[in-house]
Write a protein that binds this ligand. Structure first.
Ligand code: KIV
Length: 314
């Protein structure tokens, strides 16, 4: 497997080959996505609400994005990784935006950055692209300024706002983005954007005509924070599986069936006898008394030698 390049994403559009992009925030998840041949991983600022427990993406900082993007890069060394530029990292000045984009590429290994919005962001995007960093645009519902947009709702639903959205998409294309996310826009509007820009559109709640589809992985695998938008399709019920596993583990611990014979380490008879002889007697310890009276010694005979796994034993 080789890392998909931005020219290959452009070719996917020309050839009508739909592609996927999924979020990841940590190394093991990124490793799974890479093994499943996902060509593009987005380290979204959705890390804030999806895994860090914030209400939205606004509290996410550059340090958080650097930390999670570096983990994803370690987990998926061969996959094209896009890192979100968090709120506050590109709004203050173009110079600061370029510096932060450089950090995401240089310090955490991102291949590209994603910038929400158009309008005032166009010159910022031009500067980042001029610095040699591929930029993914993001139009429609842009969560960082959801309050300004009137909440988490469909964007471009009337003719005037749809026209503005299409103009914004053209402006992003002229600014040099290599692709753009369209979030929560009517399918018809996403189709019009897709046919009017030369770069791939990647939809989330933007219908069937986009060149690619992106979802938050946690939504796709069924780990939700309660609310699931209508554009999400859950392909697994991992939350249920985790609950089931944790409940089963708790039961096994409570009834003493975990750990079992093959899940413990044991000393040789010889070493144990030497240890017993060396230890001073302990008074008033019910646990020791029961061990001394034979339960540990008799259990010991049943246990098998077990190799230390992953160096995690002490
Ligand atoms: O942060 C994110 O996960 C995103 C996707 C929803 C596109 O921006």
């Amino acid at each position: 497997m080789t890392r998909t390049s931005i020219s290959e994403f452009a070719r996917f559009k020309i050839e009508g080959q739909r592609f996927v992009c999924l979020t990841a925030y940590d190394a093991p998840t990124a490793r799974i996505l890479e093994a499943a041949s996902v060509p593009m991983i987005l380290v979204g600022d959705s890390v804030g609400n999806v895994v860090l427990g914030y209400r939205d993406t606004v509290p996410v900082t550059m340090e958080i994005m650097l930390h999670h993007t570096a983990a994803v890069r370690r987990g998926a060394p061969l996959t094209f990784v896009v890192a979100d530029m968090p709120f506050g990292s590109f709004q203050i000045s173009d110079e600061e935006a370029v510096r932060n984009a450089v950090r995401l590429v240089q310090e955490s290994g991102a291949d590209a950055v994603k910038v929400e919005g158009a309008g005032a962001r166009i010159s910022t995007i031009e500067q980042i692209v001029a610095a040699g960093i591929p930029v993914m645009g993001h139009l429609g519902l842009t969560p960082q300024n959801a309050t300004q947009l009137g909440g988490f709702r469909v964007q471009g639903a009337d003719a005037a706002s749809a026209e503005r959205l299409i103009a914004d998409a053209r402006a992003l294309e002229s600014a040099g983005v290599f692709s753009m996310v369209l979030e929560c826009v009517p399918e018809e509007v996403a189709a019009l954007v897709t046919e009017r820009v030369s770069v791939p559109t990647v939809g989330i709640g933007a219908g069937r005509q986009c060149d690619g589809q992106v979802l938050v992985l946690h939504d796709l695998i069924g780990i939700s924070s309660g609310y699931s938008p209508r554009f999400v399709r859950a392909y697994a019920a991992v939350e249920e599986q985790i609950t089931h596993a944790v409940t089963a583990f708790s039961k096994d611990v409570a009834d003493g069936s975990f750990p079992g014979d093959g899940e413990v380490f044991s000393m040789s008879e010889h070493a144990l006898s030497a240890l017993r002889r060396a230890l001073p007697p302990v008074e008033n310890s019910p646990k020791t008394e029961s061990a001394e009276s034979g339960s540990l010694a008799s259990e010991k005979g049943k246990t098998k030698k077990h190799p230390v796994r992953d160096g995690r034993s002490s």
